[in-house]
Design a protein around this ligand. Structure first.
Ligand code: NAI
Length: 469
């Protein structure tokens, strides 16, 4: 067994790990990344963000074509057929290009990919079990970036055939006639949308009685109405308690809290999207003194340090939002802390996006949250239907809302439901990062005609002077 020395050994090649590794290499560190899967990129690139977006875009095109939405543009499509294998192959090709891209970047930055399952076997040692046997790496610093896995319900174990996690729901061999989804969270709504657009009857069972409780409720209610119009049967206040799985399908039993009755429902498949949990199984961290909290997350201080000073942890395996961009920034911060002594993440400006159609995106606090904190605020909003570009595109369902401090006018939160909200939210992130007021946004140029003007109009509405109504 050979032993090699590295300034930094990263365990996990997802967004937190590969981004942190590249930044560390740019800063002159000798870096190795341990990854057990066949491709780099982690959940995000292989079975998460990227393949789901490929399917969301493809299925949106299909749905628009199949439902005659191009007719108003003067496009007559006589026969629209779904070729699911081609759609899936395209998704796979998109993923491969991006995961190959990370491998290319590793080569360029002289980062070694050590293939296999890594364990922390000492304060300065990571042991990797791979096809070529066992290898010990001497690590001046270690970054744990092992990510998360889907949460399994005790009465409904994943079998990959009828009981699906997001991974299998991205690669179904057929369009289900009836798809049941447990959890109206990010994954349930995105993948539920994909299969509903392709023709499945999708029923989403959500435990909470409020739809997307963390989001601004004006935006959430508009999204709920629009998704229901698209055919998603979203049922709130449903506690699923029993399941019967056969080779042909699934039968669920749930308590309907509002109706106070037990309901049975059948589907060909069930997608369980009831959250994810930190993954540090068999990592061995506790043996060297690293602490893990009661939710299985690696405990860290404000500088991403575990209880062992030269072992850091970032991404889904630690506290906070399970988002690729949050993970990436943490990976970068750790690389900078190790190499320069300084690194920082501003959690006040982490954007959230749900890639349904329309999309929901927000950053900062909701009006409800600001008021609950005792702070006085003012809000302004503007509908997509009053925007010239949205009209030209033919996508007018949506609204943008800006919440600002009542006294200082500093922007505290921005909430958008509408087409391309995911891209529009970037402006709000920058504005908040620079401590902008709503007047700053209102007085900045926004090219005409663009969807971005909706943000300016919402900013003007904070002062009661929206123009384009
Ligand atoms: P989630 O936390 O977004 O939503 C889970 C939903 O399931 C919640 O609304 C919860 O109330 C409900 N639920 C939990 N147990 C239930 C039960 N027994 N019966 C009915 N409903 C139940 O989790 P999700 O969608 O699984 O996503 C996991 C993580 O992945 C999230 O933290 C999310 O941030 C991340 N993610 C982010 C994406 C994005 O940024 N667009 C895309 C996909 C995932």
């Amino acid at each position: 067994m050979s032993q090699e020395q590295f300034d930094l050994v990263v365990i996990g090649g997802g967004p937190a790990g590969y981004t942190g590794a590249i930044r560390a290499a740019q800063l002159g560190l000798k870096v190795a990344v341990v990854e057990k899967d066949r491709a780099l990129g982690g959940t995000c690139l292989n079975v998460g963000c990227i393949p789901s977006k490929a399917l969301l875009d493809s299925s949106e095109h299909f749905s628009m074509a199949a439902h005659g939405e191009f007719a108003g543009h003067g496009l007559k499509l006589s026969k629209v057929e779904l070729d699911l294998p081609t759609m899936m192959a395209r998704k796979t090709a998109v993923v491969k290009e991006l995961t190959d891209g990370i491998q290319f970047l590793f080569g360029k930055n002289k980062i070694e990919w050590v293939k296999g399952f890594g364990r922390v076997t000492g304060r300065n040692e990571v042991t990797v079990r791979g096809e070529a046997g066992e290898r010990r790496l001497e690590a001046r610093n270690t970054m744990i970036a092992t990510g998360s896995v889907p949460i399994e319900l005790p009465f409904l174990k994943f079998d990959g055939k009828r009981v699906l996690s997001s991974t299998e729901a991205l690669s179904l061999p057929e369009v289900p006639k009836r798809l049941l989804v447990i959890g109206a969270g990010v994954i349930g709504l995105e993948l539920g949308s994909v299969w509903a657009r392709l023709g499945a009857k999708v029923t989403v069972l959500e435990y909470a009685d409020q739809f997307l409780a963390a989001a601004d409720q004006t935006a959430a209610k508009l999204l709920l109405r629009t998704l229901k119009k698209q055919g998603l049967d979203i049922r709130l206040g449903c506690k699923v308690g029993k399941a019967d799985v056969s080779a042909k399908g699934v039968k669920l039993e749930y308590e309907d809290a509002a109706e106070k009755k037990t309901v049975e429902i059948e589907g060909d498949y069930v997608l369980v999207s009831a959250g994810r949990r930190a993954f540090c199984d068999e990592l061995g961290v506790e043996s060297v003194g690293v602490k893990v909290d009661d939710r299985g997350r690696v405990e860290i201080d404000d500088h991403f340090r575990t209880a062992v000073p030269n072992i850091y942890a970032v991404g889904d395996v630690v506290r906070g939002a399970m988002l690729a961009h949050k993970a990436e920034e943490e990976g970068v911060a750790v690389a900078e802390i190790i190499a320069t002594g300084h690194g920082h993440v501003n959690y006040e400006t982490v954007p959230w996006v749900i890639y349904t159609w329309p999309e929901l995106a927000w950053v900062g606090q909701t009006e409800e949250q600001v008021k609950a904190s005792g702070r006085k605020c003012k809000a302004g909003q503007f509908p997509f239907k009053a925007n010239g570009r949205a009209k030209a595109m033919g996508f007018t369902d949506g609204v943008c809302k800006i919440v600002a401090d009542a006294e200082t006018d500093r922007v505290l939160g921005v909430h958008i439901v509408g087409p391309r909200a995911s891209d529009m939210i970037a402006e709000a992130v920058i504005a908040m990062e620079f401590g902008a007021s709503s007047e700053d946004i209102a007085r900045s140029f926004h090219a005409h005609p663009t969807l971005s003007e909706i943000m300016r109009e919402a900013a003007l509405a904070v002062a009661g002077r929206a123009r384009q109504m």
